[in-house]
Design a protein around this ligand. Structure first.
Ligand code: SF4
Length: 458
């Protein structure tokens, strides 16, 4: 049974109850953003790289069909089995079918936001498959039975102590241990056994190359390689937007990806896969799951350029102070709030409003997606289509009446100042969310307009 969705604003309020923790979360992500800044400034050609990446992705968006068909053909020539999945359910059934066909009941998996989007783990576990996440952060959240809170740093919402307690409970580490090296070594030993005993491995795909039929998986831990090399069957799941035309384009994206994500010049492992080794099977599942619909929305198709670096989350003041789980979507933060309404407007109508529209996300995006403009456009679409609570629409209509009639505006200002002075509880009360974490300002004696008119006469 699916859990009831808690709106972003409500979930954020809960997250914000522990102020020192929120400050820590905010500073931790800002630290990653600063690393990105330092790293990108070391490349004089940074802006040209962004421009090039954006241009290549624009080409991809307008040649998607040709590129995917070419990729399929080349991959098949390489001996790879290619599957197409129209939606999450089809993707999950394909994975389950392959495992059943090989009588495999256990699988290791490296980081793949697509499988989070498809809720694949829950599906496979319901069908008797033991799925183990092998990315350290993913394994941590899996042991806690919660989703990742960030697309690159899945357990960024947890402190060392939380992980020490978790490993003590599940991996038998010493009680109270918080030393990262000790905890990481315990996770390493725990995962080593899983790698050695699983016959199937699933990886994500960062870039799929139409020209060669090969694909690249970027990790910092080498867990994708370990899983794929030891398994009898390697399944790679990719959203179809991961396609790039040529091998030479990889250089542009790999230089941008790690710098934007964590400030590293390059991910520790950028592993190239092309064909199965002898005795192994390799499968690629190309997934749509709403991407064709998004491609057909002129205002939002650019969001398919995303290379999932997470930079827009690290810089977003709302994400940093509300946490990834408040977004109730596999991909949180600014880009997730553009992708989610495309999948389900009813469930995700709140997300485009979880933004100050400051534009910092668009400024850092390595593929130059106009993120904040798309968030603003989604708001208009959702309001017009009636997915937003009526009270919001009434408020906006009332403001439009006030702001379009100067006399009414002046009168409302006078009334507002007088109410704030004489009966402040009408404005500042527990029903008004604006004042939950703010002090009410002293109302000015006169409006700027009155002051201006008076001084201009003088
Ligand atoms: S939208 Fe841009 S900044 Fe955000 S994750 Fe995607 S590529 Fe990175």
């Amino acid at each position: 049974m699916s859990k009831a969705i808690i709106e972003h604003a409500v979930a954020s309020e809960v997250f914000n109850k522990d102020e020192p923790y929120v400050n820590w979360h905010d500073e931790t992500l800002w630290f990653v953003r600063q690393k990105r800044d330092k790293s990108s400034k070391q490349l004089p050609e940074w802006e040209q790289l962004r421009e090039a990446a954006s241009g290549i992705k624009n080409y991809v968006l307008s040649h998607m069909d040709e590129l995917l068909v070419s990729f399929e053909q080349k991959a098949k020539e390489n001996g790879v089995h290619v599957h197409w999945a129209a939606d999450a359910a089809e993707h999950n059934e394909i994975v389950l079918g392959l495992l059943r066909q090989h009588q495999i009941g256990k699988m290791v998996k490296s980081k793949s936001m697509l499988t989070e989007e498809c809720h694949m783990n829950e599906f496979l576990i319901r069908n008797g498959i033991d799925v183990i996440d092998t990315d350290l952060g993913e394994r941590i959240v899996q042991l806690r039975n919660e989703p990742p809170s960030h697309i690159v740093l899945p357990a960024i919402h947890l402190k060392k102590k939380d992980i020490g307690d978790l490993f003590h409970e599940f991996l038998g580490t010493e009680a109270g241990a918080t030393d990262p090296q000790y905890l990481t070594e315990a996770a390493r030993q725990h995962l080593r056994d899983k790698f050695m005993t699983r016959r199937a491995a699933l990886t994500g795909v960062n870039f799929a190359i139409a020209e060669t039929g090969g694909f690249v998986v970027a990790t910092n831990e080498g867990n994708a390689d370990m899983g794929a090399h030891l398994a009898d069957i390697h399944i790679a799941s990719m959203g179809f937007e991961k396609i790039i035309p040529k091998q030479e384009h990889l250089a542009v994206f790999l230089r941008l990806l790690a710098r934007s994500a964590t400030g590293q010049p390059i991910t520790t492992y950028s592993s190239h896969f092309k064909k199965a080794r002898e005795g192994q099977e390799m499968h690629i599942i190309i997934v749509d799951n709403g991407r064709t619909t998004q491609l057909g929305r002129p205002d939002f198709r650019n969001s398919l350029k995303c290379i999932r670096c997470g930079a827009c989350m690290n810089t977003c003041p709302v994400y940093r102070r509300s946490g990834g789980h408040s977004y109730h979507n596999a991909v949180a933060g600014p880009i997730g709030s553009i992708l989610a309404p495309n999948l389900d407007m009813t469930k995700n109508a709140d997300l485009p409003f979880a933004s100050t529209l400051c534009g910092s996300c668009s400024n850092v995006c390595p593929v130059k997606i106009d993120i904040h403009e798309q968030l603003y456009k989604w708001r208009q679409v959702l309001v017009k289509a009636g997915y937003v609570p009526q009270v919001k629409g009434i408020g906006v209509k009332a403001m439009s009446i006030v702001l379009s009639q100067p006399r009414f505006y002046q009168w409302s200002g006078r009334l507002g100042r007088s109410v704030m002075r004489t009966i402040p509880f009408v404005v500042n009360n527990s029903l008004n969310p604006w004042y939950k974490q703010r002090d009410m300002p002293e109302p000015p004696k006169e409006s700027f307009r009155d002051w201006y008119v008076r001084n201009r006469k003088e």
